[in-house]
Design a protein around this ligand. Structure first.
Ligand code: BG6
Ligand code: MG
Length: 221
């Protein structure tokens, strides 16, 4: 009774969430804005331009720049980020993820990707995972980033899966909200994802049998 499992990428499959943070912090510093990991929680799952807006608001500078200038800043952040991506290898897949994927696939359940990152393909290639996913939602065709359900609904649709019979896995609060808005079962990886239907502290605790068990209980509620 499970059609598909849809994964977030940054912070779930690999720790690129941290690279995004380092790249944003570098740009913020150049603007005289201080951001820390607590603030960064608000950027997770949020598109590049929306993230920039949140940072500028944090420094009260949101009205100081034209759209062209903002696009230039976002491009600069992306250059910082892409420098980090050069270091990425298959060893950077987070613990437990490959086992989880193998267990899901062994039951003939399809696997999808729902990342709003325009670098998702580059990351998957560096991890040598591009052939593992049955369908990856294209961030370039998504108009609303998480917490909007658009990307999860697009992934389910591409997999021919019913959202109500599918599971989403996320490390971001905005991502959990997007999964819930899609009427999917939400698995949270992290410590403060209160809206998740099932939560683990880190990826090596992601066990397919336990997820299925929690999902079964959720259905029967
Ligand atoms: C999400 C990340 O996956 O992608 C965000 O959680 C990031 O932090 C967003 O801003 C957009 O990524 P990119 O690579 O298109 O700038
Ligand atoms: Mg994430």
């Amino acid at each position: 009774n499970i059609d598909a499992v849809v994964f977030d990428l940054d912070g779930v499959i690999t720790d690129t969430a941290h690279y995004h943070f380092l790249a944003w912090r570098q740009l913020a510093e150049e603007l005289g804005i201080v951001i820390d990991e607590v603030f960064n929680e608000r950027l997770k799952g949020v598109s590049r331009m929306d993230s920039l807006e949140l940072i500028l608001q944090e420094g009260n500078q949101q009205h100081n720049f034209s759209l062209a200038q903002k696009e230039e800043m976002a491009a600069k952040k992306n250059l910082h980020y892409c420098e980090f991506l050069k270091e990425l290898t298959p060893d950077d897949v987070l613990p437990g993820i490959l086992n989880l994927i193998a267990d899901i696939k062994s039951e003939g359940i399809s696997i999808g990707l729902a990342s709003v990152s325009k670098n998702a393909n580059t990351v998957l290639e560096a991890l040598e995972l591009q052939k593992v996913f049955d369908f990856c939602a294209d961030a370039a065709k998504i108009s609303k980033s998480k917490p909007d359900p658009e990307i999860f609904l697009t992934a389910c649709n591409g997999l021919g899966a019913l959202p109500q019979r599918s599971i989403g896995i996320e490390d971001a609060a905005a991502g959990i909200e997007a999964i819930k808005a899609s009427e999917m079962f939400a698995v949270g990886v992290g410590s403060s994802l209160h809206k998740a239907d099932y939560q683990v502290e880190n990826t090596d605790q992601l066990c397919w049998d336990k997820i299925k068990e929690a999902h079964k209980n959720w259905i029967s509620i």
